[in-house]
Ligand binder design. Structure first.
Ligand SMILES: C[S@@+](CC[C@H](N)C(=O)[O-])C[C@H]1O[C@@H](n2cnc3c(N)ncnc32)[C@H](O)[C@@H]1O
Length: 163
């Protein structure tokens, strides 16, 4: 019997994105899309030293996601794939993960660039991106290798022209 896990948001993410269909699908296609996270005051102390990192992971709850599906058509392809082989929000646990560029911190507010997240999204956690730990030079990219870059840019930006 699996346990129920309850997370308490640590803050709220603000962005100009108000509709799922018009939001870039990854930070890679959202350069110039600025956003911010207002971290609740009781967690402010935990932001100490974060300013030293150029990029951070935002871990958040896809609070507007529809029902979970185990097979989904990814945004970049019209072929059904296992949800765990995609970044679709329609997951059993609606957790999103974006690496954004940290522009500055003002007290309990973080300002960043590269936002693919809807306005009002509950923030669950923040971690620094660490090239030493996280950069992998040689990867296999599954079905994504079938998607050419022009298609990825066009479908991934969803109308966003970029910076
Ligand atoms: C493909 S997901 C990828 C998100 C994240 N970078 C990841 O890999 O987990 C990005 C899309 O999720 C949707 N989205 C963003 N924030 C959401 C939210 N709070 N609830 C539901 N859908 C959301 C938007 O339509 C956006 O285009």
């Amino acid at each position: 019997m699996s346990k129920i896990v309850v997370f308490r948001p640590i803050g709220i993410i603000s962005s100009k994105h108000t509709g799922t269909g018009k939001t870039p699908i990854q930070p890679a296609y959202a350069e110039g899309c600025l956003g911010r996270a207002e971290v609740f005051p009781e967690f402010t102390e935990g932001l100490q030293d974060l300013d030293g990192f150029s990029h951070i992971y935002l871990i958040y709850h896809f609070h507007w996601a529809g029902p979970a599906r185990l097979l989904v058509k990814p945004f970049l392809q019209d072929i059904e794939r296992g949800v765990f082989a995609t970044r679709s929000p329609l997951r059993p646990n609606t957790i999103g993960l974006s690496i954004v560029k940290l522009l500055r911190r003002e007290g309990n507010v973080l300002h960043f660039d590269g936002v693919d997240i809807l306005n009002g999204t509950p923030l669950l956690d923040i971690k620094p991106y660490l090239a030493r730990f996280d950069r992998i030079e040689t990867t296999r990219n599954g079905w994504m290798d079938e998607v050419d870059e022009e298609t990825a840019q066009r479908r991934g930006r969803r109308g966003y022209k970029g910076k």
